[in-house]
Write a protein that binds this ligand. Structure first.
Ligand SMILES: Nc1ncnc2c1ncn2[C@@H]1O[C@H](COP(=O)(O)OP(=O)(O)OC[C@H]2O[C@@H]([n+]3cccc(C(=O)O)c3)[C@H](O)[C@@H]2O)[C@@H](O)[C@H]1O
Ligand SMILES: Nc1ncnc2c1ncn2[C@@H]1O[C@H](COP(=O)(O)OP(=O)(O)OP(=O)(O)O)[C@@H](O)[C@H]1O
Ligand SMILES: NC(=O)CC[C@H](N)C(=O)O
Length: 538
């Protein structure tokens, strides 16, 4: 008997068990109406991923069990494979359950628990030890959960247990180049074992992570025969013959993988949209300076939320160039957002007068620069409170790396969309966005970046050129290379030492920075945990 399988690439909301269950029950009904007999969902779809320390709470685990029973009752005339946590002998397991006509007929416990990078599954789960293969319409179907497929053994075990088809349930977050990596990996398993593999991935933003979806099906010869779009909910439906081979499809209908800039841009948009939506904000605000960082952040916010839900604030000071205001107004007009003009001069003057008795006799320094940034932070947070819109911080990864930002000033905010985007990539993304439809004036991208906190200031007064800075940061942060190793690559020794010194001494700022979307292999946040108090000199 042929088998009609569907992958459900869905956006689960961490902790919203009822909402997730409701959406699953609807999807089951739709799949059944479309003649599907087996529906495959992502890893931990019932709880969302990662549920983190919710998993340590007995009341949460009890609620998961009750919700699972509710889903079970809704599964009639179809088989559903879904992921959830299961308390059993020995502790908690990350499992894939097979439900048919209201009954739980099989359960597989994840064997390889990722405990590196952003993952810490060993904090919560015990490892499973056995394969699980179930019969479906005469086919033998094996199960695998995310990290399992990055290893040989679980696939080999499933094949040894007779699997002709492998269902891989995933919560695999995005980073640059990840989808090509996954496809190559899964294709190699398929070829090695002559197995059809269905890779079902979660989609959506969860705090710092973005799950890109991009689910796919690989035939036993290693060809990708179906591919879901990235960054949106989708389904993939396919017919398998009695040997588990997918029915041939027209290769012309196979969508392409995202190009790098478009994948990153879409990840940022989805990360912002889901953070704002899932946390119940009415929209977002940000300070628009006329510089490229806030311009790109605005474009992302508008693409994520729509222009009617985004407002910007122009807050010129005595150092703000006229062209900064012109460019900011032009961006706001292009993107159709409401713009407020609130000069900070009166607040700055007042603070200087209030502080004058204590500051008497001291030269002006970075303190005065920071007061300007903090005047802006205060205004933006006041508007966030009053309007119920989250404040988006506009700092990029290069600045955050070297601490080129003011605590409680331009670092104030609830979410930082481009905090994992180095400055050189900010420019590439701005050009990518303008190529879709021009929204950022050309001169914003060609003028020298400046914080405009003192006369004629440019970023390059304090920092190496961004091309050089980003290259060194990439070796130090993403490559974990030491100072000597980076110098040996041919970079100027003094600059390498300066950059590393700046990175090391600004850990305290990063620890206080808002969360933001992870797009690289090594983002600041849970992906790079350094001690604040640190005597090691690289
Ligand atoms: N280890 C530690 N643990 C905890 N707190 C620590 C600390 N070391 C200093 N601190 C605290 O942090 C303070 C210093 O940090 P902070 O007040 O932020 O100020 P700071 O880092 O001294 O100055 C901000 C820098 O960012 C630049 N900036 C500002 C705004 C925008 C931009 C831009 O272009 O985007 C650039 C600005 O030109 C300046 O170079 C210290 O006074 C102290 O209170
Ligand atoms: N005149 C201003 N009006 C509104 N917001 C401002 C203004 N100046 C700074 N900001 C806010 O503070 C952030 C940091 O700005 P700053 O100009 O110091 O650095 P930047 O990293 O070069 O950012 P950008 O490229 O957006 O200018 C800006 O992105 C913006 O959100
Ligand atoms: N949830 C997981 O097991 C994720 C780990 C896996 N290596 C991935 O990112 O694809």
């Amino acid at each position: 008997m042929p088998c009609r399988i569907q992958i459900l690439q869905c956006n689960a909301h961490v902790g919203d068990l009822n909402g997730n269950a409701g959406r699953l029950i609807d999807a089951v009904a739709q799949a059944r109406a479309a003649g599907v007999d087996l529906l495959v969902c992502p890893e931990l779809v019932l709880t969302g991923y990662p549920p983190e320390d919710l998993l340590l709470r007995p009341d949460f685990i009890a609620a998961v069990e009750a919700t699972l029973r509710r889903v079970q009752e809704g599964v009639q005339g179809i088989t559903l494979v879904l992921g959830y946590p299961r308390a059993a002998v020995g502790g908690l397991y990350n499992v894939a359950g097979v439900i048919r006509d209201g009954a739980l007929i099989a359960e597989y416990a994840k064997q390889y628990l990722p405990n590196y990078s952003v993952f810490d599954e060993k904090r919560y789960f015990q490892s499973g030890r056995f394969p699980c293969v179930f019969a479906h319409n005469g086919l033998r179907v094996g199960l695998s959960i995310c990290e399992d497929i990055w290893h040989e053994e679980p696939v080999r075990q499933a094949v040894a247990a007779g699997a002709q088809v492998l269902l891989s349930l995933n919560a695999s977050p995005f980073h640059v180049g990840k989808s090509a990596e996954r496809e190559a990996l899964v294709a190699a398993h398929a070829r090695a074992h002559g197995l059809t593999i269905l890779y079902a991935n979660l989609v959506g933003g969860q705090d710092e992570l973005v799950f890109d979806g991009a689910s796919f099906v690989v035939a036993p010869d290693g060809r990708v025969v179906q591919r879901a779009p990235g960054f949106i909910e989708a389904t993939l439906t396919l017919e398998l013959d009695p040997l588990g081979q997918p029915h041939p499809l027209d290769p012309e209908t196979l969508g392409a993988l995202h190009a790098e800039e478009s994948a990153i841009y879409d990840a940022l948009v989805l990360g912002v949209r889901d953070y704002v939506r899932k946390n119940g904000f009415g929209g977002a605000i940000l300070g628009l300076s006329g510089g490229v960082d806030s311009a790109l952040t605005l474009a992302i916010a508008v693409d994520a939320l729509g222009p009617e839900r985004v407002e910007v604030v122009l807050m010129p000071s005595r150092y703000t160039a006229a062209m900064s205001i012109e460019d900011a107004l032009e961006e706001a007009r292009h993107l159709g957002v409401k713009a407020h003009l609130i000069p900070i001069e009166p607040a700055f003057q007042t603070f200087m007068e209030m502080l004058a008795p204590v500051f008497a006799g001291q030269p002006a320094d970075v303190t005065e620069e920071n007061i300007q940034a903090r005047c802006r932070g205060l205004i933006l947070m006041a508007l966030s409170n009053k309007l119920g819109k989250i404040l988006l911080t506009t700092g990029n990864k290069s600045e955050l790396a070297v601490g080129y930002a003011t605590l409680y000033g331009d670092m104030a905010g609830g979410f930082a969309p481009i905090k994992d985007v180095p400055k050189t990539l900010v420019y590439r993304l701005a050009r990518y966005r303008n190529a879709q439809a021009p929204v950022i004036p050309e001169r914003v991208m060609t003028r020298a970046p400046s914080a405009e906190l003192r006369p004629n200031q440019t970023d390059q007064d304090s920092l190496p050129p961004y091309e050089l800075l980003d290259a060194i940061l990439n070796h130090y942060i993403e490559g974990d290379e030491g100072v000597e190793a980076i110098i040996a690559r041919g970079y100027p020794p003094e600059t390498v030492r300066q950059v590393v010194r700046l990175v090391d001494r600004s850990e305290y700022k990063r620890r206080q920075a808002p969360p933001g979307v992870r797009i690289s292999r090594r983002a600041f946040g849970r992906d790079r945990r350094y001690p604040l108090t640190n005597g090691f000199k690289a």
